[in-house]
Design a binder for this molecule. Structure first.
Ligand code: G3P
Ligand code: CA
Length: 256
């Protein structure tokens, strides 16, 4: 396939900051996103859940305990109520006052300035989340160009990605894969119907697997990667982008 046949020297590894520069600042906050942008990351990875009043919000867990001073389910709160919570202090007192961002706030701040790799989390908890996200994104722009996709949407739920494809025929979409059983030819044949990216746990990223995905015209990302050597190893195997909590560690990439 085209992606697999690219000359070695030309292939550059995309650096995707996992929940922002979450090794250094509280995940999924503007502090972590600003830091990742300052470090030169290509994309910010972020997780989306939905509030009681149907607003997509940026938080990894479906519950508030781990990353805020609140408790209970994200979907039990309106956006206004959620934004009164402190989403920074758990990580360090200097981050007191960080809030749970809405997806709209993140788009307003970063759209077009840095790539956004947006994960639809727990779609089974939020009927209609795909339509809400699609409606919001329609206000910003389309697929972008082959060399810069301003937003890529992804989910562990292939069903959710399929729904997104129906709503957004040309939009860049990815499937998250955690098990080798999701990388059979049969599964890949299904995924290529609606996805352009396979984002896999890095231990699954073998050369042959990567080649099979490239041959179907999809790109390969791998998570969660630490350190320049590991990143370079994955690049040499053919990986197109890596998801990392420490973007600064991998910014000195070898480009051939
Ligand atoms: O993008 C990869 C990664 O974000 C998937 O796992 O739990 O960090 O959302 P998780
Ligand atoms: Ca994620």
């Amino acid at each position: 396939g085209a992606a697999g046949a690219e000359p070695e020297a030309k292939r550059r590894l995309l650096v995707i900051a996992h929940r922002g520069a979450s090794g250094y600042a509280p995940e999924n906050t503007m502090a972590a996103f600003d830091l990742a942008a300052a470090m030169g990351a290509d994309y910010l990875e972020l997780d989306v859940q939905m509030t009681r009043d149907g607003q997509p919000v940026v938080i990894h867990d479906a519950t508030l305990e781990r990353t805020t001073n609140g408790s209970g389910a994200v979907k039990g709160y309106t956006l206004a109520q959620l934004q009164r919570l402190d989403a920074g202090s758990w990580f360090g007192s200097k981050y007191k006052g960080e809030r749970v961002p809405s997806l709209k706030e993140v788009l307003d701040r970063y759209y077009g300035r840095i790539g956004l790799f947006v994960e639809i989390k727990s779609p089974e908890l939020y009927p209609g989340i795909e339509a809400s996200v699609a409606r919001l994104l329609a206000q910003y722009g389309g697929a972008g160009t082959p060399s810069f996709r301003p937003v890529i949407l992804q989910s562990f739920s292939a069903e959710s990605v399929e729904k997104l494809r129906e709503l957004m025929p040309d939009f860049p979409l990815g499937v998250l894969v955690v098990a080798r059983s999701d990388l059979t030819d049969r599964k890949l044949r299904r995924f290529e119907q609606f996805a352009g990216y396979i984002n896999m746990k890095q231990s699954l990223a073998g050369e042959e697997t990567i080649r099979r995905i490239h041959d179907r015209g999809m790109k390969v990302f791998a998570w969660t990667v630490r350190g320049a050597r590991r990143a370079e190893l994955l690049r040499l195997k053919g990986v197109d982008g890596i998801v990392t909590n420490f973007p600064d560690e991998v910014m000195c990439r070898v480009t051939g």
